[in-house]
Design a protein around this ligand. Structure first.
Ligand code: ZN
Length: 340
């Protein structure tokens, strides 16, 4: 009986119930009328007299351990059943919840995507670390072009050249290599140039470029697409004008101005009293760029354009310092909380 008692005492002390019903089963097993404890007390009368003192003490020890265990379990399961908010003061004022808002560059980016998606442009994105072919060579940049210099571009490796892309035109090349025309896509993304950071320039900025390739795409299509964009973005009274320009990858190339939406064309310090502000570069895709991507330039023509998202956001929201977009100053960012 001594061995049995030692075993039960150990069992009781080690017992952990997973839930209330397990605790109840444990209680019944030991403490019910026909349970183990009652049985042991019944057997106690048969214990030889010289062992009665020792066995009696062990029996009491088991009994006390059992009652203590059952009481502990009862308390812990009762507590768990109480509702979680008991003891919490529900009249206490809550902590202020401050909803976040979109960054102005995300707002403008989404707006540009929305406008072009309405006329059938889909979105493509690709890597920010590029090779020379996709960033320069396929786009007709000559070997001696200043953009291929360390002064202007962040190179990661030389020979073969691996660099942080200087424009999202690299995505245009990757798309044209893979897809057959018609292609009608825009390419938003982050680009990198080795610029001194100032109110008007940063070493990181964001672009959205666009590309339309099909049979019989003309400059008139380009102009009408950009006019639609300008009016959707800056208001329906917005005028555009195109000035001749040069890019290695388009021919002819142009810069597009929009009529100043601040002064309505009368002249102010934003438009430097000209009534016009420059907004993007564009042109007809150079046939050699098509050939570099395996597209027959006799069969297809196309136009491309590109703009800086920061530039559009500065004009749209009249922000005068580009650095504000990158400083994460809540006093600045909160001003866009009402925009979606
Ligand atoms: Zn103006």
């Amino acid at each position: 009986m001594r061995e049995l008692l030692v075993k039960y005492i150990e069992e009781v002390n080690a017992f952990v119930a997973a839930d209330a019903s397990e605790a109840e089963q444990f209680r019944l097993k030991f403490l019910s009328k026909k349970g183990i404890l009652a049985g042991l007390f019944a057997e106690f009368k048969d214990v030889p007299p010289d062992q009665k003192k020792e066995v009696g003490a062990m029996l009491n020890e088991l009994k006390n351990a059992l009652h203590q265990k059952v009481e502990e379990m009862k308390q812990s399961f009762e507590q768990a059943e109480k509702p979680a908010h008991e003891g919490t003061d529900l009249t206490r004022p809550v902590d202020n919840f401050e909803p976040g808002s979109r960054h102005p560059l995300s707002i403008v980016r989404n707006e540009i995507i929305r406008i072009f998606s309405r006329i059938g442009f889909s979105v493509a994105e690709d890597r920010e670390i590029e090779d020379d072919w996709h960033n320069f060579s396929a786009l007709n940049f000559p070997e001696e072009h200043p953009a291929r210099d360390m002064q202007d571009t962040f190179f990661i490796e030389k020979d073969p050249d691996i660099l942080l892309r200087t424009h999202t035109s690299s995505v245009q090349i990757r798309v044209m290599e893979k897809m057959k025309p018609p292609i009608r896509m825009i390419f938003p993304g982050r680009v990198f140039r080795n610029e001194v950071i100032s109110a008007r320039a940063h070493c990181i900025f964001h672009q959205v470029e666009g590309l339309y390739v099909d049979k019989n795409v003309s400059f008139a299509d380009l102009k009408q697409t950009l006019l639609f964009f300008a009016r959707e973005m800056f208001g329906e009274k917005t005028q555009i004008r195109l000035r001749p320009s040069y890019f290695p990858f388009t021919e002819p190339s142009g810069e597009m101005d929009i009529s100043c939406n601040i002064c309505g064309g009368k002249g102010c310090n934003i438009c430097k009293y000209t009534g016009w502000v420059e907004i993007l570069g564009c042109g007809m895709v150079d046939p050699s760029v098509f050939e570099n991507c395996g597209i027959d330039s006799n069969e297809y023509t196309g136009f491309a354009f590109g703009m800086g998202i920061e530039r559009v956001a500065m004009l749209k929201y009249q922000v005068h310092d580009l650095r504000l977009f990158f400083e994460n100053d809540l006093r600045f960012l909160k001003q866009f909380a009402g925009s979606v």
